[in-house]
Design a protein around this ligand. Structure first.
Ligand code: GTP
Ligand code: MG
Length: 200
């Protein structure tokens, strides 16, 4: 995918701030620091449009990026950051659940997992939510450059098993460092937003 236009649109805190032009949305969920913003930057080939974290756990908004006037990436606040208060965590949960439940333009969630770590309890909860609300999900296993190629297969299997994924779930191995998986992930994203157009 050749990205000619990519712009930050809004950090939305409340649903009335979400864009109203009905372009399809692809959301990115994952632990704080897992590499969500880096992944967006890699996909759109910009160094720093999506802000990479200097303050983990501080972003309690949904960051919207409009790409080629064709779709939005919605960068969710990362979860699992230890220093977040209980109240903030609850607010986060409400915001995300409302979004997953009611957001009509949402076409797919990319669940981002670090290749080196077993999915956390929060990752599993998020994945269970996605299954419960029947939202098309692609599991993106990132930071592939951090482990040797010979171990990729074993780690992917571990992630798949820990999450309890089934055949309808796509998996893409990714690296924001090397660009591994970029074309494959774009293909998955374009398919997800095109299916929607065909069913109109
Ligand atoms: P929050 O916004 O706090 O939730 O974090 P995030 O998920 O957006 O993570 P971010 O993209 O800010 O990346 C966190 C750190 O991981 C940064 O130092 C990145 O440079 C690094 N990082 C992200 N992706 C990769 C990758 O594929 N490979 C390597 N080696 N480092 C990565
Ligand atoms: Mg981020």
């Amino acid at each position: 995918m050749n990205v000619t236009q990519a712009e930050f649109v809004i950090s939305a805190v409340k649903p009335h701030q979400y864009p109203e032009d009905a372009l399809p949305e692809i959301a990115l969920a994952g632990r704080s620091n897992v590499g969500k913003s880096s992944l967006i930057n890699k996909l759109i080939q910009r160094k720093n449009l999506a802000r990479t974290s200097s303050q983990p756990g501080k972003t309690q908004q949904l960051n919207y990026y409009r790409i080629n006037e064709k779709l939005y990436f919605v960068d969710f606040p990362g979860y699992g950051y230890a220093k977040v208060s209980k109240t903030q965590r609850e607010q986060w949960g409400q915001m995300i659940e409302t979004f997953l439940k009611d957001r009509e333009p949402l076409k797919m969630v990319l669940l981002i997992i670090d290749v080196r770590h077993e999915p956390s309890k929060d990752d599993r909860l998020m994945f269970d939510w996605l299954k419960y609300y029947d939202i098309p999900t692609c599991i993106v296993i990132t930071k592939a450059d951090k482990i040797p190629r010979s171990k990729w297969e074993k780690h992917i299997k571990m992630v798949r098993e820990t999450l309890g994924a089934d055949p309808r779930h796509r998996f893409v191995l990714f690296s924001s460092e090397t660009g591994l998986g970029r074309d494959e992930l774009w293909a998955v994203i374009l398919e997800a937003i095109t299916e929607q157009a065909e069913s109109l």
